[in-house]
Design a protein around this ligand. Structure first.
Ligand code: GMT
Length: 380
C-alpha cells in the first residue's frame, strides 16, 4: 500500500501514535509518507521506509493567518503526483482531516481514500468551540472511515457531532519492548540520593492536566514519607506549577525535567505516575507507564478507565480528589509488594491489549476494507 500519514509533529499522544503507526506500516512493507509542518518528534531518528514531507507556508503581508490547511492539502497532492496514495490517514480532525479531504478532491483519481483518527481534544476541546462544529462534522462525513482511540471518544463523537457516522474504535498502542538500561541508572540516584520514592507526571502542561493537583498530591505524600516529584514536559502551566512548588516550599524535592523525546528513560526511574486530568480521551502516558511497570494514579474521566483498570494497573479517582489520590499513593509507596504487583499487572494488560503487534493489524485490516470500497459499520 502507499500511505500518507498526516499528524501534528509536537510532543503529544496523537503525533506519537501516528509516528509509531508510520514506522509499523513501513516495517510491514508499505510505502509510508508522513506529512506535517515539522518532523514529528518520534521520527527524528532514521527509519528506513518512512519518508518525511514538511509543509512550508510562504508568508505574505496579506495573510493575517498563514493558510496551513491549504498548504497541507497542496503538499499531499504534490506527493501523490509521484504514484498516488491508497490511503491518506489524518490524525486529528482540525485541520488535518479537512486537508485530507481537499487533497483527495484535488488528486481526483477516484482511488485515494481518507481515514480520520480522532484523538480527543479535536472533539472535546476544539469541537466545543461552536465555530468548528460544522467543519468537523463535514470532515467526518466525508472521510471514508473514522476511528476513535476509545469507546468514550467514539460515543462523544457520535453524540456531539455525527450520530450517523460510523466510528470504529482502534485503541492507541505502544512498543512493549523496554530499552536496555541507560542513563536512568544515574538519574535515580541524582533525583533521589537518599533513596526517596519517585512520583512522576508527564504531559504538555495544559490546564486539562491539572498540574496543581499533581503538586498538591505530592505535597501530601511528601508530608508522610520521603519522596521526590519529577515533572516531565513543557507547556503553558509550567510557570504556574513552579510558583505553586515554591509556595508550598517543595522546591528541594521537585525536578522540572522539561520535554523529553523518549519518556521510557525517565519512567524507568518512577515508582508512580500521577495523571489527575479533567479530560483524557485515552491517556497514552498512562499506557507508557504501565509498559514500564509503573502503577498509575489517575481520574475516572474519559477513556482512562478503558486503559488503566481500577485496582489492576492503578487507581482511579474523581477529578480533584487530591486527598484520595495522595492516600493511595502513600499506601502503594509503603507497600512495595503491592506496588510491584500492580506494576506487573499493568505491564501484562499493556502487552495483552495495547501492544503494537496487537493493534497495528487492525489498522491494516481497516485500510484494506476501505480500499475495497466498504465503508465500515460502527465497530466497538
Ligand atoms: O492531551 C493533549 O493535550 C494532547 C492530545 C494530542 O493530540 O496528542 O492528546 C490526546 O490524544 C492522545 C493520543 O490519542 C490521548 O492519549 C490523550 O488522552 C488525548 N488528550 C485529551 O483527550 C485531553
Amino acid at each position: 500500500m502507499r500511505l500518507a500519514i498526516v499528524c501534528y509533529p509536537t510532543h503529544g499522544g496523537s503525533g506519537a501514535v501516528a509516528s509509531d503507526l508510520a514506522i509499523g506500516m513501513a516495517d510491514a512493507g508499505h510505502e509510508v509518507h508522513v506529512v506535517s509542518y515539522a518532523v514529528p518528534f518520534r521520527l527524528r531518528r532514521f527509519h528506513p521506509g518512512v519518508r518525511l514531507h514538511e509543509v512550508e507556508i510562504a508568508s505574505y503581508p496579506l495573510f493575517r493567518y498563514p493558510p496551513y490547511t491549504l498548504g497541507l492539502a497542496t503538499k499531499l497532492a504534490e506527493v501523490a503526483s509521484e504514484g498516488g496514495f491508497d490511503i491518506i490517514h489524518a490524525h486529528y480532525a482540525v485541520p488535518n482531516a479537512v486537508s485530507a479531504f481537499l487533497a483527495r478532491e484535488i488528486i481526483g483519481d477516484g482511488r485515494t481514500r481518507v481515514v480520520t483518527t480522532l484523538h480527543g481534544t479535536d472533539i472535546t476541546l476544539v469541537g466545543a468551540d461552536k465555530s468548528f462544529d460544522r467543519v468537523i462534522r463535514f470532515a467526518l462525513e466525508r472521510s471514508d472511515a473514522v476511528t476513535a482511540v476509545s469507546d468514550y471518544l467514539a460515543d462523544r463523537t457520535q453524540r456531539d457531532f455525527a450520530p450517523h457516522v460510523p466510528v470504529e474504535v482502534i485503541p492507541n498502542f505502544v512498543d512493549t519492548e523496554l530499552p536496555a538500561p541507560g542513563p536512568e541508572r544515574y538519574a535515580r540516584e541524582a533525583w533521589a540520593p537518599g533513596g526517596e520514592r519517585i512520583l512522576m507526571h508527564i504531559s504538555n502542561f495544559r490546564p486539562v492536566k491539572r498540574i496543581s493537583d499533581v503538586v498538591r498530591v505530592f505535597a501530601e505524600v511528601r508530608r508522610q514519607l520521603p519522596a521526590k516529584l519529577v515533572l516531565v514536559g513543557e507547556g503553558p502551566e509550567r510557570l504556574f506549577a513552579q510558583q505553586l512548588v515554591r509556595e508550598l516550599d517543595l522546591s528541594a524535592d521537585v525536578v522540572f525535567l522539561g520535554q523529553q523525546d523518549d519518556i521510557r528513560g525517565p519512567l524507568a526511574c518512577a515508582d508512580l505516575l500521577l495523571l489527575p486530568s479533567e479530560q483524557e480521551s485515552f491517556g497514552l502516558t498512562a499506557l507508557e507507564a504501565m509498559v514500564s511497570r509503573v502503577p498509575v494514579i489517575a481520574t475516572t474521566i474519559g477513556g482512562l478507565p478503558e486503559v488503566v483498570t481500577d485496582g489492576e494497573a492503578g487507581r482511579l479517582f474523581p477529578v480533584g480528589e487530591v486527598r484520595g489520590m495522595a492516600a493511595e499513593a502513600v499506601r502503594l509507596l509503603i507497600d512495595e509488594p503491592a506496588r510491584q504487583a500492580m506494576g506487573d499487572a499493568g505491564r501484562t494488560r499493556a502487552i495483552t491489549h495495547f501492544a503494537r503487534e496487537v493493534v497495528l493489524p487492525r489498522y491494516e485490516d481497516l485500510y484494506r476494507r476501505v480500499m475495497a470500497g466498504a465503508r465500515p459499520a460502527t465497530v466497538r
